[in-house]
Design a protein around this ligand. Structure first.
Ligand code: ZN
Length: 54
């Protein structure tokens, strides 16, 4: 059994943009309209997010 540590929400440390993980698309969707579109987002989940899903 593979144990995944995938958070359901992440927040950019630089512009405050918030996203939620949508399992139906296996990707992040913006949960709020705040933040900079062109920001090179620096998420608060660095190091704990394992994007690999089998
Ligand atoms: Zn950002």
């Amino acid at each position: 059994m593979v144990e995944l540590n995938v958070p359901k929400r992440r927040r950019c440390l630089r512009c405050g943009r918030e996203e939620e993980f949508d399992e139906s698309v296996h990707g992040w969707v913006v949960s709020s309209s705040s933040g900079e579109t062109y920001c090179i987002h620096e998420w608060d989940i660095n190091g704990t997010h394992n994007p690999i899903a089998e």
